[in-house]
Ligand binder design. Structure first.
Ligand SMILES: Cc1ncc(COP(=O)(O)O)c(C=O)c1O
Length: 395
């Protein structure tokens, strides 16, 4: 019989990937994966960029290139980080990866030995939990409220838990809850981590997708000790299919990520990087993001308003001001994994909440995505889901 490594014991396929296959089922009300609105992808513009890259770069677009990434793209990212996030980094502090998911994988492998502790919000991004699991760490979670991670609880965890090697957080429009940390919490967080001097992965795929209120500073912009490893991605502001993202960190840490990338994949796709850089030089990504925000604002409002109108009162849910997700907590007797099958029979797909808790439990939660479905399908699909919830409550 084939023998597998111990790490495979705890590794399961993600609930999201399982449900992703339902996205292609015709007629499905698909609120599961975090898929951007496909009709907003700049298809014609990227087609023109692909032509320009082939004309101008020729064979070098198809060649191997540097591990750290295409210099022009790293310059453009550095410039955006300064303009949008008040993060002042040189292009040499940026490493291009194949999606932020790869940055998460590297983070785990750079910082975590088997049995080491990784601290994260409860709940947190399922994909990060899965990425870190390959290192067989111990997950210690910090409770959250409407304003994200509770800082007194974080302080308590760090004061009482030995062997904490990394903290993973999503302060902006968190996946799965859609919640955002206010400024005061960000400052408190920095004060705490500066005391303990533990590296922090700040994962920020959604910060630019704010459709309500004023932007808040990234933790990285408040970082005075080079403790923050900032992950950004083109997946939600351009298109996930190019698989392009970046890690921004201090030199000592970034060097380790670079070495990990040399071992894992050599580099991100040369042609993807060149085409994306060409897009950023030729078109206004800000205008594109503005269109995304407008659409998601409308879809989010439609979804939460329909939830408010149709869900039983006992269901609590978030009203996000940006990002892609809302999060619902149902009465404890409902198991959202069991209910997911009933919902799928009625052509509604969501992600059960349990996978977002690394230490299990919380079977009564679910995550809903509002970016992917056209407006009218949001109202119809949520109304059907409300019926499924009511049937379960009546049992
Ligand atoms: C919080 C978070 N981190 C990372 C990722 C992965 O993004 P990418 O497509 O850049 O790999 C996602 C994708 O949904 C996410 O929600």
């Amino acid at each position: 019989m084939v023998q597998f490594a111990d790490r495979m014991k705890d590794m399961k396929g993600s609930d999201i990937r399982d449900i992703l296959r339902f996205a292609a089922v015709p007629g499905m009300y698909y609120f599961a994966g975090g898929m951007p609105a496909p009709e907003l992808f700049p298809v014609q513009e990227m087609k023109a960029c692909a032509d320009l890259v082939m004309d101008e770069m020729g064979a070098s677009a198809m060649q191997y290139s540097s591990t750290e990434g295409y210099p022009r793209l790293r310059e453009q990212i550095a410039q955006r980080l300064a303009e949008k996030n008040n993060i002042h980094a040189d292009k040499d502090q940026i490493l291009i990866t194949s999606g932020s998911q790869q940055g998460l994988d590297y983070a785990g492998r750079v910082f975590l030995n088997e049995g080491d502790v990784v601290v994260m919000e409860s709940p947190s991004y399922l994909g990060a939990i899965n990425a870190f699991k390959t290192c067989q760490p111990r997950f210690v979670t910090v409770p959250t409220d409407e304003d994200g991670m509770i800082m007194e609880a974080l302080d308590q965890v760090l004061a009482t838990t030995p062997n904490v090697k990394m903290i993973y957080v999503i302060p902006d429009f968190q996946n799965p809850t859609g919640r955002t940390w206010p400024l005061e919490r960000r400052k408190q967080f920095m004060e705490i981590v500066n005391r303990y001097e533990i590296p922090v992965v700040e994962d920020n795929p959604y910060g630019e997708l704010r459709f309500d209120g004023a932007p808040l500073p990234a933790l990285k912009s408040l970082d005075t000790k080079e403790l923050i490893i900032y992950l950004g991605t083109f997946s939600k502001i351009l298109a996930p299919g190019y698989r392009l993202a970046w890690v921004c960190a201090g030199a000592e840490i970034l060097k380790k990520f670079n070495i990990m990338q040399q071992a894992a994949s050599l580099q991100a796709s040369t042609v993807s990087q060149m085409e994306t850089a060409k897009y950023l030089d030729t078109y206004s990504v800000d205008a594109h993001i503005a269109a995304i925000r407008e659409t998601y604002a409308r879809r989010c409002r439609l979804m939460v308003d329909t939830m408010a109108a149709t869900f039983p009162e006992a269901v609590r849910f978030t009203r996000p001001k940006g990002g892609l997700f809302t999060w619902a907590e149902l009465p404890a007797q409902i198991d959202t994994r069991v209910m997911a099958k009933q919902a799928l029979e009625k052509m509604v797909a969501y992600v059960p909440g349990a996978g977002f808790f690394p230490n299990g439990g919380n079977n009564h939660c679910l995550r809903l995505n509002y970016s992917n479905m056209p407006d009218e399908r949001i109202v119809d699909g949520i109304t059907i889901l409300a019926e499924v919830i009511k049937e379960n409550l009546a049992r």
